[in-house]
Design a protein around this ligand. Structure first.
Ligand code: URA
Length: 433
């Protein structure tokens, strides 16, 4: 079948065979299918959808379009975690050492941040000396020695997805469930872990805005991962408020340490314990109760903090910040933002907080922008806290005085203060296995 015939079949609502999908993905990867036909294919899928067989075939074909990491040396113990992205999401920095200190093996590749959501690689690059780029052999041998290693994604991972995503981005075809599922899962399959735990976020600071959409995406990713031979679980979690108190790279690294010292915010700590315990349960075939007990013990005993120290040092990072947070640097400008009225903090518009952090220098508007590792926001108050007019609620960190006024206005309009305390919603809404 030609590319034309494949596009026409999908346009007319037909079910594509595994072979047709594989040929199309090969053609888009080697460039023999031009961009206009790939874009037309994406639009046909956008309107006509794909069933689970087709989505699994597309996922598998895109995963095999480039390098596939071989993790067979770890048997069934390798486990990966993926977050659909959010504001102040530093969970990987906490969850990986928590799970690795209990025996899970986590060779993880992460991405950089773009727009309102941050990336784990950017956060790690705020640690002096930490190497986010290692050759595959060194990466795997560190994972073998320490139970975990974390680097940036290599260039040749699922190249078909890179091409397809770039075209979806400019043809209004990003928000299609089979295309999102195959995009995310192809990269996860290529990085090779036997088990995958997904943190699917919903709310104003997330890619999926509603719980229903997040559930649909999570269920599909779990189904497709299983069809492709992986052990899967997904947590559906609230990103309608920022996670923890810190937004910004070095600020989030320091907050991660405070969680590992068991002194962190409750929302972040409980999410990390739950994510780590699902990872441990899949990696080590333990029941939920036993894995939660192990993970909680690792947190309280300091074992997870010791694993964090070991991991950062193993990848060349200077661990001084673990005992002295200021070792990661302090922003030149720090500015307190105060409550504009008396009341209770009832809502924080997470997307606007993400935009505020970009304005302060903590994120990128476009891929080529550089970031300021010490920039960001520290919240002094959380949802439900009582505040008085003029009381500080947050600190802005930046290197440039000139953005303070705009950032303060944006932050003030993002924090809603009501006369009545709000109802508190749990961070974790559902677990899908
Ligand atoms: N993230 C991805 O990697 N791919 C998508 O399609 C959407 C979000």
């Amino acid at each position: 079948m030609t590319a034309y015939e494949i596009i026409r079949k999908k346009r007319d609502g037909g079910k594509l065979t595994q072979n047709e999908i594989r040929c199309f993905v090969e053609g888009l990867t080697d460039g023999s299918i031009p961009d206009y036909q790939v874009s037309a294919f994406a639009m046909a899928v956008y309107f006509c959808g794909m069933d689970d067989d087709e989505t699994a075939a597309l996922t598998d074909a895109m995963a095999h379009s480039g390098e596939m990491l071989d993790l067979s040396r770890f048997g069934d113990k390798s486990v990966d975690k993926h977050s659909t992205g959010g504001v102040g999401d530093k969970t990987s920095l906490i969850v990986l050492p928590l799970a690795a200190s209990c025996g899970a093996i986590i060779p993880k590749m992460s991405g950089r941040g773009l727009g309102m959501t941050g990336g784990t690689v950017d956060k790690l690059e705020s640690i002096p000396g930490y190497k986010t780029s290692l050759d595959p052999q060194e990466f795997l041998s560190l994972a073998e020695q320490h139970g975990m290693a974390l680097i940036g994604q290599t260039g040749n991972l699922a190249p078909a997805d890179k091409k397809l995503y770039a075209l979806r981005d400019v043809t209004a075809t990003v928000d299609s469930i089979p295309l999102i599922v195959s995009s995310i899962m192809s990269k996860k399959l290529a990085t090779g872990s036997h088990s995958i735990v997904l943190d699917v976020k919903f709310g104003s600071g997330a890619f999926m805005k509603t719980l229903e959409d997040a559930r649909l995406l999570a269920e599909k990713m779990v189904t497709i991962g299983k069809k492709c031979g992986r052990n899967m679980a997904a947590l559906i979690t609230d990103m309608d408020t920022p996670l923890g108190h810190a937004v910004g790279n070095s600020l989030e690294v320091n907050e991660a340490v405070s969680v590992l010292k068991n002194q962190g915010p409750d929302d972040l700590t409980s999410l990390c314990v739950q994510l780590a315990s699902v990872m441990v349960s899949l990696s080590m075939s333990l029941d939920a109760g036993e894995s939660t007990r192990l993970v909680s013990q690792a947190l309280v005993s300091g074992k997870a903090l010791a694993k964090f120290r070991e991991w950062i040092a193993s990848q060349g990072g200077d661990t001084a910040f673990i005992d002295r947070p200021e070792a990661l640097g302090i922003s030149a400008v720090r500015h307190k933002v105060c409550a504009v009225r008396d009341g209770y903090i009832s809502h924080i518009k997470t997307d606007s907080i993400g935009m505020t952090s970009v304005l302060l220098g903590a994120g990128r508007k476009k891929k080529t922008d550089s970031i300021d590792p010490t920039a960001g926001i520290t919240f002094l108050k959380s949802i439900g806290d009582k505040v008085a007019e003029g009381q500080p609620i947050a600190i802005l960190h930046t290197s440039s005085d000139s953005v303070i006024r705009q950032a303060e206005d944006l932050l003030c309009s993002s924090v809603l203060i009501s006369p009545q305390p709000p109802e508190k919603a749990p961070v974790i809404r559902e677990i899908i296995r």
